[in-house]
Design a protein around this ligand. Structure first.
Ligand code: SAM
Ligand code: SF4
Length: 324
């Protein structure tokens, strides 16, 4: 078992397959020119599987693939199918632009649930956020997934004055569509021009929804990052990921492996452990994993608190190189 100093058991690994992406979401990409890591310098498929197996032997029961955009990696299908042989719940976070080519692979890999990023239901706003005119492709791929019986969760990063007026459009969408829309509080990462006044808090999101809808809280699991709600009569539901106003670190069970093979024990951790180099040098990777997790801070990587966030003081990667 992978336990930290606060007795939290870590059984959920998020693996980033690449820092490359075919969208340019401004809240995720660093504002300066960014060179994607060439595939030859990324963790190779056999190395991903070897590292994943080591984590599984240490108690990991769930693996999420992420990126950048995981499905732009040319060997994504091979990696997904190899990982599906492990005794874990395998899942994926994607921008959905390539999903139409992966339906069979996802089915073969027994993936049941997919998280998809979509921050607006307006095509023009989608273009502003992502700098790519692919709204209709994303929407049709969401329909495709639903048609094929996958469980779909929508990740929507809410930014004040930008898409907070889309919140109730998403809620209306859940009336006839069995999707769970997860509103995510905007988080600070290297180069993403985060400021406190752009965050729409859990409290504010619920008040906006409450202007038009009555909702009921659902039961949350201790390891849940989101607070879940249902609206009577709606086919779908919604949730809020309140990292900034009401963090959920007490029950955290997550570890991350970046596309260049570094282990991060928290989305906001300063420290990283180079597992890939250790694997290539035949060093003791298990020992490094446990050492890394013992460095895990109690909350928010030890870098800020709910009451005080100085984005310039946060020492971290950009979100696109972590994977969310
Ligand atoms: N490309 C995939 C996608 O967009 O779903 C996977 C990678 S993306 C980095 C993973 C998640 O991080 C997405 O849901 C995205 O909305 C979220 N994200 C990126 N930057 C964020 C930020 N600054 N604050 C909150 N969530 C963010
Ligand atoms: Fe790409 Fe996802 Fe980041 Fe958007 S949020 S730039 S789709 S990695």
């Amino acid at each position: 078992m992978i336990k930290d100093r606060f007795d939290r058991t870590h059984n959920y690994l998020r693996i980033s397959l690449t820092d490359n992406c075919n969208l340019r979401c401004f809240y995720c990409m660093p504002e300066e020119e960014y060179d994607f890591t060439p595939t030859s310098r990324l963790t190779q498929p056999d190395e991903i599987v070897t590292l994943a197996k080591i984590f599984v032997d240490e108690g990991v029961t769930k693996i999420r693939l992420t990126g950048g955009e995981p499905l732009v990696r040319k060997d994504a299908a091979k990696i997904i199918l190899s990982l599906s042989q492990l005794p874990v719940e395998l899942t994926l976070t994607t921008n959905a632009t390539r999903l139409h080519d992966f339906i069979d692979v996802l089915k073969q890999a027994n993936i049941q649930s997919v998280n998809i990023s979509l921050d607006t239901l307006q095509p023009e706003k989608f273009l502003l956020i992502t700098r790519r005119d692919l709204f209709h492709l994303v929407r049709s791929n969401i329909e495709l997934l639903l048609h094929h019986g996958f469980k779909v969760k929508i990740n929507c990063v809410v930014m004040k004055g930008f898409n907070d007026n889309d919140i109730n459009d998403f809620i209306e969408w859940t009336m006839h569509n069995p999707v769970e829309v997860r509103f995510i509080e905007f988080m600070p990462f290297s180069g993403n021009r985060w400021t406190n006044n752009k965050v729409v808090s859990l409290h504010e999101i619920l008040s906006i929804i409450n202007q038009q809808y009555s909702f009921l809280p659902l039961q949350n699991d201790i390891t849940d990052t989101s607070k879940h709600f249902m609206i009577p009569g709606h086919a779908g539901s919604f949730a809020v990921i309140s990292t900034m106003s009401s963090p959920f670190c007490a029950g955290c069970n997550r570890m991350r492996l970046t596309a260049d093979g570094k282990m991060k024990n928290c989305l906001f951790s300063k420290t990283e452990t180079d597992l890939l180099t250790a694997l290539r040098n035949d060093e003791d990777v298990v020992k490094l994993i446990h050492e890394n997790i013992m460095m895990k801070e109690k909350e928010l990587g030890g870098q800020f608190t709910v009451d005080e966030v100085d984005a310039n003081e946060i020492d971290n990667r950009s979100m696109i190189t972590i994977g969310g």
